[in-house]
Design a protein around this ligand. Structure first.
Ligand code: 9YT
Length: 132
């Protein structure tokens, strides 16, 4: 069994921060669960373009408020409000923009699992394999 706390993980290498967000990666590829599990804070006022070409992600909002705009080529974009209790799943590797009105606290699951150090590349993706 694996037992970890958010506080301990936040003080460890499992915490990765960028200009727009901080993510505490509680379960990673090395844990051999088949997915990774993160508690992510998206900072108030930020807008993050994301396009997970190599991963599927499910996101559940626990606190805060914001919106996700799904950008489909050749189609009109759609915008969904995110508030506590909302789940969105990027089941089609959907290109999207994530905006936070207030700090958003999100539980995120990635398949395949992240290795640990990933940050978005110029297109908004994470690479499939990195050392970390
Ligand atoms: C919702 C989302 O994808 N935010 C970016 C960070 C990501 N959750 C991560 O790497 O943990």
């Amino acid at each position: 069994m694996i037992v970890r706390t958010l506080d301990d993980a936040r003080r460890s290498e499992r915490c990765v921060a960028t200009r727009n967000w901080e993510s505490v990666r509680l379960l990673l590829n090395g844990d051999r669960m088949g997915f990774s599990f993160h508690i992510t804070t998206i900072y108030a006022g930020s807008e993050t373009p994301i396009w997970y070409k190599n991963h599927l992600e499910a996101v559940y909002c626990m606190a805060g408020e914001g919106e996700v705009e799904v950008l489909a080529d050749g189609e009109r974009s759609r915008t969904y409000v995110i508030r506590p209790g909302t789940l969105y799943a990027l089941n089609a590797h959907d290109r999207h923009k994530l905006r936070a009105t207030s700090d958003l606290t999100l539980a995120c699951v990635f398949n395949p699992a992240l290795h640990g150090k990933e940050v978005h590349d110029a297109s908004g993706a994470y690479p499939l394999d990195i050392n970390g």
